[in-house]
Design a protein around this ligand. Structure first.
Ligand code: PAF
Length: 281
């Protein structure tokens, strides 16, 4: 199986895509930061069902990391990533250097409100500004018909959808289902940071969310379920809990009942590794 062609510049990416677009080929984009796992590959396969050509971007975006976060140690595995993409339906890899995305003098920012408020923003205030600007740049560079993002970063998916709609980008922003390990742990490039003891604990994150959903369906109050979920995570070995929250699935606004579709979301740390997960209620 051949590995996909790598385009390191926006000009090369556009030169590859333009003739395909002119021929009427539907173009799909799967933005990633690399260190690809089965979750990413499932997004590529799903996008390929909906587009004739699929490009995957691989770029560890510095603007979405705070200075104390893991930008320097984030895994960079371009060669292995391209090998993993062979046979998935990926036609092109866009792998720019930082200077291609943020040339000298780069001075534009996107400040997100709406679904970006609260949850992740309370703990990573820089995060969605960095995601919004890099994804806007990726979408403008590739101008795909469809771009697909994993639902594991559920708030990110809603933020990107909001940004693309607000900027009038004529691109379908699709969500791909979370891929999980046998014990329920959502696949994430950051799972590689976990020691074997931490890995045992990590599976509890999903079990706690499932237990919380069962309590909600029994009629327990949302506030009680959130508090009990956080306590259960601490008991199971997480050393801190940023949030366990039940929110409106469309807006992420706080809710007091399940009259509209809801989502439960959680973020917690084991050692120095911060994990997130979410599920439909
Ligand atoms: O989810 C990710 O991998 C990143 O946040 C994204 C969307 C590729 C932007 O850098």
């Amino acid at each position: 199986m051949t590995t996909p062609k790598i385009c390191p510049t926006i000009a090369e990416l556009r030169a590859e895509l333009a003739p395909m677009r002119a021929r009427g080929t539907r173009i799909g984009l799967v933005p990633t930061m690399g260190a690809l796992h089965e979750g990413h590959l499932s997004l590529v396969r799903e996008t390929k069902k909906r587009a004739g050509l699929v490009a995957v971007s691989i770029f560890v975006n510095p603007t979405q990391f705070a200075p104390h976060e893991d930008f320097d140690r984030y895994p960079r595995t371009l060669e292995a990533d391209c090998a993993r993409l062979a046979g998935t339906g990926c036609d092109l890899v866009f792998a720019p250097a930082a200077g291609e995305m943020y040339p000298r003098g780069f001075a534009t920012a996107i400040q997100m409100g709406g679904p970006a408020l609260g949850l992740e923003s309370d703990f990573r205030p820089h995060f969605f500004g960095g995601v919004a600007i890099v994804v806007a740049k990726l979408l403008i560079a590739a101008m795909p018909d469809i771009a697909m993002f994993g639902e594991k970063d559920y708030q990110q998916l809603l933020v990107i959808r909001c940004m693309a709609a607000d900027l009038g980008l004529p691109i379908e922003i699709a969500g791909g289902a979370i891929v999980r390990e046998a014990d329920g742990l959502a696949l994430s490039s950051r799972n590689a940071y976990l020691s074997s003891e931490e890995r045992q604990v990590a599976g509890q994150l999903n079990l706690v969310l499932r237990a919380a959903i069962a309590r909600l369906h029994k009629g327990d109050a949302i506030a009680d379920v959130e508090v009990a979920g956080a306590a259960a995570l601490l008991e199971s070995g997480f050393n801190s809990v940023d949030y366990v929250a039940v929110r409106d699935a469309q807006t992420l606004e706080k809710i007091s009942d399940l009259a509209r579709p809801a989502r439960i979301l959680a973020a917690a740390k084991i050692g120095t590794t911060r994990l997130i997960d979410n599920m439909a209620v």
